[in-house]
Design a binder for this molecule. Structure first.
Ligand SMILES: Nc1ncnc2c1ncn2[C@@H]1O[C@H](COP(=O)(O)OP(=O)(O)O)[C@@H](O)[C@H]1O
Ligand SMILES: [Mg+2]
Length: 260
């Protein structure tokens, strides 16, 4: 596989994992985190930007409070006239309060808000995090919301690496194409757009897609019994055996793009 170069001097190096729902975004994010933890000493901020918030489970982390919860609370207070507008530092403090710190990475879970139409506000908070808190880390890894919304709202516009997960289905390929095309139209300046197939997506179809959108096919995750077993048992993917096929593939991908 061709070696792709990611500028090592970028700080933070922001990696966003996107794609249709169910294509393996959370699995890939968890396995890439495992790769980075086991093969580098970089400081890492992980952001679960999917309102369904299943990344903490995949990482074996318990979450008490999400950014969405904080937004809700602030909104209540705003409605009661107590917190019309918060200074940015205070806001950052509130967000930081929800952060989960582990030995090797910090995790922010965006979560969802109860109020309808309010997720755009959570997204704007995430934009802010990317411009402030994220600067304290070497790498920021974002498990994105399914679909195109995060691109439409420019949540991750400063990312360096856009990973697009896709299964081989027509919809999966279509969503992948739309994500990349929209990101380019919105002026995203990624140094790498990488397509990762899952569930044995056909290499031919992926190469075809990549040619159309000027992206690279980084690899295809094989079906992995261990991943299924760990998900069923609620175990952390960070503890997946190192010879698990999906992990071996993610590690090889990380190596091919210069992350490890
Ligand atoms: N390579 C794989 N082998 C086996 N199961 C997988 C694989 N990739 C993902 N899964 C399973 O498929 C489901 C969807 O994956 P997930 O990572 O949650 O997708 P997304 O975050 O895109 O919605 C999960 O139950 C996950 O355990
Ligand atoms: Mg997910």
């Amino acid at each position: 596989m061709r070696i792709l170069h990611v500028p090592p001097e970028r700080k933070p190096l922001a990696i966003s994992v996107s794609g249709k729902g169910g294509t393996g975004k959370t699995t890939f994010t968890a396995l890439l985190l495992k790769t980075l933890i086991e093969n580098t000493d970089k400081t890492i901020l992980v952001v679960d930007a999917d309102p369904a918030a299943n990344l903490p489970d995949a990482l074996g982390v318990k979450v008490e409070l999400t950014v969405g919860d904080v937004v809700e609370e602030l909104k209540d207070r705003t409605e009661r006239g107590e917190a019309i507008s918060l200074p940015p530092q205070l806001f950052e403090m509130y967000v930081q309060e929800t952060m989960i710190e582990t030995e090797r990475f910090d995790l922010i879970v965006m979560g969802r808000t109860e109020s309808k139409g309010c997720y755009c506000y959570v997204n704007s908070v995430l934009r802010q995090i990317m411009q402030t808190l994220a600067k304290n880390y070497d790498i920021v890894l974002i498990d994105c919301e399914a679909g195109l919304e995060h691109i439409q709202r420019r949540v991750d516009e400063n990312i360096d690496i856009l990973i697009v997960m896709t299964d081989g289905s027509k919809m999966g390929l279509h969503t992948a194409k739309n994500i990349v095309e929209l990101a380019r139209r919105m002026g995203y300046k990624m140094s790498l757009v990488g397509i990762v197939g899952n569930f044995s997506a056909s290499m031919d179809k992926l190469m075809d897609l990549a040619a159309k959108i000027n992206a690279e096919v980084l690899g295809v995750l094989p079906y992995d019994e261990n991943v299924v077993k760990f998900a069923r048992e609620g175990r952390s993917l960070l503890e997946l055996p190192s010879d698990s096929p999906a992990y071996v593939t993610v590690k090889r991908i990380a190596k091919s793009i210069g992350l490890i």
